[in-house]
Every structure is written in structure tokens, then in C-alpha cells.
Design a protein around this ligand. Structure first.
Ligand code: ADP
Length: 409
């Protein structure tokens, strides 16, 4: 009998309840957005749960709310559904207690509390399940990341083995020939030729090992920069000159177009910046067919110098334009190894761009590429952009003292 009174009362109180809970629902963006339009349904389902004396009718709606909240929670809030529903129940219970007819009935309140208590337990279970699911999804992602890492490690081992083996085989071959010549003709010209071959092989070996060391320094954030005053135009001109004989061999043109700001004296690590620029020019040469053009230029932006390396080469597919900056990432077959430094498409160990990016980022700059895709016939070309800060102030007192005379009028 008393229970029937409670159900009647619940039916009568709906409008009043909707008004009472409005401040709670609209108090946060999240509850307003997620639940406001569904409060009336919640009330009906709650009434239904009371009538049937079981929580099942409200569970699907609560489950839906839990899922929506979990999605939003990961982004910007930490609202828990059980907290929100507890507050709703406090409002509901106050409303019922203040309804005249039932003021004395603890039995009614007990019934109400029992259902509410069970609903809160169910919400707790739902929230935990969703948390477990999200942890499982995270674990799956970690596993995928680990597998990727493992793959990149084995790619590295196979690329490094190939890359190291080529010059080693070269050195081994020349050494064997040297033995032979030593035992036979001892012709000084042949000996000189073989020695220079060995020299080339060991230089190539050193370059690869140096790159590997640089990558590990960058990865472990141990790359130290030796800041000194630098004129970017001088570095670029030096490099263009350095590459002239190579581009000549490939019937390519390398052009430097001077730009405002390139003659500003800025603080940077000249050697590392040269290394970064050199990697980009070398790539432009490698991925541009004979007869193409490499243009080095730039512009002055507020606080930054932008330096561009544009080529008329094969270009880079849109889907590769971010990945090429990952270490050991090379487009195409990872088992393919370099056939030589400057040959058309003569790949390397896939470390150049990640080192370049590390150097530029250590300077507080950024690096990206622009290309209309990869096409060996149409040759859309690629343009690599570097932004480096126009650092006019010495990074520390030691550098300031060292280069003081340069800045004195
Ligand atoms: P690699 O030692 O293979 O040259 P990098 O890190 O320098 O390694 O470059 C990674 C990949 O990016 C290259 O294998 C190549 O596929 C692509 N790439 C780099 N520069 C260019 C460019 N200028 N034009 C076309 N592709 C390029």
C-alpha cells in the first residue's frame, strides 16, 4: 500500500523533479551536453525500476551515459557518473521526503534507497568495466607500438648490416689485391690506387658509424650544440661550392638564391647546421635524375629564418611525408642498400633525415617537406623547409665573452 503511494507520488512529481534538477544538469558543460535532453527518460525509467523493484530498466541508458562520459573524460574532464547520479538521488529523495503524504514513512524511503543503492552499485560495475576496456585498448596499443619498435629494430639490424657490409667487402677486396701486388709486381701506381680504394671504403664506414652515433645522441637527448656566430648565407655558399663537382658529374644544376636575412649574424652550431643542410642537399641530388636542378634559397620571417632546398626530382608521396623523418625509414624495400652516395636513388641507411630533424629541433627550429607526390616520370620535385630561430643573444656567458669582439663596433 505504502509502496503504491510511492509510485503514485513518483508519477506526480516528475515536472517538479525536472525543475529541481535543472541547476545540477546545467551546472557543467558536460552534463548539460550529455544528459540534459535525456533526464525525462531517466525519470520514467527510474519510475519503472521502482515499479518492477529491479534496476534492469535503467541500465541501458546508464550504460550509454557511461560510454559517452568515458569518451569525453579522456579529453577534458573527470566527471564520474556515480557522483552525478548520487547528487540526482539526493535531490529526488528530498523532493519525496517533502511531499506531505509520506512525511512519516521510513518504509517508503527504505524502498527508494534500496533501488537507488542497487543502481549506484550497477553504475560502479559499469564504470569499472569501461575502465578495464579502456586499459585493455591501451595495452593493445602498447603491444602494437612494441611490435613496431621491434620491427624498426630488426629493420635497423638488416639495413645496418647491409650498409656496413658494403664498405667492409670493399676494404677486404682491396686488401687482398694489395697482398697480391705486394708479392708480385709491387707497382707503386697500382698500390696507390688500391690504397685510395681502401681509404674510400673506410671513410664510408666511418660516415655510417658517425650517423649511428648521432642518432643515438639525438634519441637520448645528449646532442650538445656549440653555439657560435654564424652567417647562414656563408654556410650555404660553402656547401653549394662543395657540391658543384658532384652535381657536375650528374649534369645537374645547383643554384643559390640569396635572400633577406641570410647575412644576419645569428648564434647556431655551425658544424651541425652544415651537417643538416648537407644531408638535405645530398638527398636532393640523390633523388633527382641527371639534368635536374637543386635550388637553395629562403626568406626572413618574424623571429625565424626559413631555408628551402627545392629539387626537380621524383618527389615524395603524401603518405610518406611524415614517416621519412623517422629513423631507419626508407621508402620502398628496407633490404635495398646504397649503391653509392650520389647515384640516382642511391639510398643510405635511412638516418639522414632523422638526424637533420634532431639537429634543427635542438636549435629550436622545425623541418618539413612539401611535395605533390612521388612520380618518376612527371618529376614533381620536393621542397624541404627549415625554420631556425634568429638567435641574436649568446646562449650563455661563456659564448658571449668568447665572441664579444665580433659584436663591438
Ligand atoms: P637515406 O639514407 O635513405 O637517404 P634519409 O633519412 O636521408 O635516408 O631519407 C629517407 C628517405 O626519404 C629516403 O630513402 C627517400 O626515400 C626519401 N627522400 C629524402 N629526400 C628526398 C628527396 N629530396 N626527394 C625524394 N625522396 C626523398
Amino acid at each position: 500500500m505504502i509502496y503504491m503511494q510511492l509510485l503514485d507520488l513518483i508519477d506526480q512529481l516528475k515536472q517538479e523533479w525536472l525543475i529541481e534538477i535543472e541547476p545540477l544538469v546545467t551546472s557543467s558543460d558536460v552534463t548539460n551536453k550529455l544528459f540534459a535532453s535525456e533526464m525525462s527518460s531517466f525519470y520514467d525509467l527510474f519510475a519503472c525500476a521502482l515499479k518492477e523493484n529491479q534496476v534492469a530498466p535503467v541500465i541501458p541508458l546508464l550504460e550509454q551515459w557511461c560510454i559517452s562520459l568515458a569518451e569525453i573524460n579522456t579529453v577534458n574532464t573527470n566527471l564520474s557518473l556515480s557522483e552525478f547520479i548520487s547528487q540526482l538521488f539526493i535531490i529526488t529523495n528530498n523532493l519525496i521526503i517533502h511531499a506531505d503524504k509520506l512525511r512519516q514513512s521510513s518504509e517508503v524511503i527504505n524502498n527508494l534507497l534500496l533501488i537507488e543503492f542497487n543502481i549506484l552499485i550497477q553504475i560502479g560495475i559499469l564504470e569499472k568495466n569501461i575502465e578495464i576496456n579502456s586499459l585493455n585498448a591501451q595495452m593493445r596499443q602498447y603491444r602494437i607500438d612494441l611490435e613496431k619498435l621491434d620491427k624498426s629494430k630488426s629493420d635497423f639490424i638488416s639495413v645496418a648490416a647491409h650498409e656496413l657490409k658494403t664498405p667492409l667487402t670493399l676494404i677486404e677486396g682491396y686488401a687482398a689485391m694489395l697482398h697480391e701486388v705486394n708479392e708480385t709486381s709491387r707497382d707503386p701506381e697500382t698500390i696507390e690506387l688500391l690504397l685510395s680504394g681502401m681509404d674510400q671504403g673506410s671513410k664510408r664506414l666511418k660516415r655510417i658509424v658517425d650517423d649511428m652515433i648521432d642518432v643515438s645522441l639525438i634519441d637520448n637527448r645528449l646532442l650538445t650544440l656549440n653555439f657560435q656566430p654564424v652567417w647562414i648565407n656563408r654556410l650555404l655558399l660553402l656547401l653549394v661550392e662543395e657540391f658543384l663537382p658532384i652535381t657536375y658529374k650528374r649534369s645537374q644544376k645547383i643554384i643559390y638564391i640569396d635572400f633577406p636575412g641570410s647575412d644576419e649574424l645569428i648564434f647556431a652550431d655551425a658544424e651541425r647546421i652544415m651537417q643538416a643542410f648537407r644531408n638535405l642537399i645530398l638527398n636532393s641530388i640523390k633523388y633527382t635524375p641527371d639534368g635536374g636542378t637543386i635550388t637553395v634559397s629562403g626568406r626572413l620571417l618574424p623571429g625565424y629564418l626559413e631555408i628551402t632546398f627545392a629539387d626537380t626530382g621524383i618527389g615524395i608521396a603524401h603518405e610518406d611525408q611524415i614517416r621519412i623523418f623517422d629513423k631507419f625509414h626508407r621508402i620502398g624495400n628496407p633490404s635495398f642498400h646504397s649503391s653509392g652516395n650520389i647515384k640516382f636513388k642511391g639510398g643510405g641507411p635511412g638516418l639522414g633525415l632523422s638526424i637533420t630533424k634532431g639537429i634543427i629541433e635542438a636549435h629550436g627550429g622545425t623541418l618539413w617537406v612539401d611535395s605533390d607526390g612521388c612520380d618518376e616520370e612527371k618529376l614533381p620535385g620536393s621542397t624541404f623547409h627549415i625554420l631556425i630561430p634568429v638567435r641574436k643573444v649568446p646562449p650563455d656567458e661563456h659564448v658571449a665573452k668568447l665572441f664579444k669582439p665580433l659584436f663591438e663596433e
